[in-house]
Write a protein that binds this ligand. Sequence first.
Ligand SMILES: Nc1ncnc2c1ncn2[C@@H]1O[C@H](COP(=O)(O)OP(=O)(O)OP(=O)(O)O)[C@@H](O)[C@H]1O
Ligand SMILES: [Mg+2]
Length: 298
Amino acid sequence: MEEKVISRDQGYNVGIPQNYKKHSPIIQQAVRVDVEKLDSLLDLVGELVITEAMVSHNPDLQGLQFDRLEKSMLQLSKITREIQDMAMSMRMIPLAGTFQKMTRLVRDLSLKVNKRIRLEIAGEETEVDKTIIEQISDPLVHLIRNAADHGIETPEQRIAAGKPETGHILVEARHSAGEVLITVRDDGRWLNRQKILQKAGELGLLRDENRELKDEEVWNLILEPGFSTAEKVSSISGRGVGMDVVKSQIEKLRGRIDIRSTPGQGTLFSIRDGASGDGSCLPGEGKQEPSPLASWQG
Ligand SMILES: Nc1ncnc2c1ncn2[C@@H]1O[C@H](COP(=O)(O)OP(=O)(O)OP(=O)(O)O)[C@@H](O)[C@H]1O
Ligand SMILES: [Mg+2]
């Protein structure tokens, strides 16, 4: 049975005096709640929101002037919204646990690939929906493996390029314009445009070989299933499924992935939710529920 710990520090402070936190900074009270119960509560709250809208926009009430009823309806709709926000926030969990697991991964990887790598984590307190916590780990592992194997150079190569001997991977989360933004950045070599194009040609991925592709279009080729520039398959790379997994997991969360790469400065992968600030959707998806990546409380 899955359970989630809700702590008062995560904002579940109904009935707690305003100055509670100020005077009791160390006390953290939590209740374990069965996730199924939490989800049933969310379903019920969803129905409450719909019913409240049906009542307040009921055609039978149109044109009637009942001041006291109108006041009560406004109050009802305000409380309904607050209940909805509160119920959603109960599914929110900080990314800290997920990010911390990456520390061990990088330690193991740096031994395997024989490189010096420092992992920096930022924004681990960022809270995201439980669904994201469950599904973001795999994509992060793939991006970090790639950064360590393909991105970061050997200490000798880095010194020759005038870079610090130790490579740097930064995993960061933050809220940006109503979206959750999770980035993995390395300060290694950039994505190899020429190698990627050559490989894409061999795999028949280029429809028009004479057309000059923009960088962005070239980077997106690495998301194709089976795409790898690795010369041999190792325990870390070479199967060409890594970025494919990243893409499909992010799409499951109705999010999107952007790739930026700069010569000599490394690569940045950013994952964000599909709905843009104006609430529009990913092309072809039509109207839909907000993506779990968007349902953060900020
Ligand atoms: N951080 C990075 N820096 C430089 N190149 C990268 C980076 N991440 C990915 N790449 C390029 O993208 C390609 C595709 O990555 P992907 O993870 O799909 O395959 P892979 O790492 O070669 O094999 P595997 O599927 O076993 O992980 C890599 O072969 C590499 O050329
Ligand atoms: Mg890979």
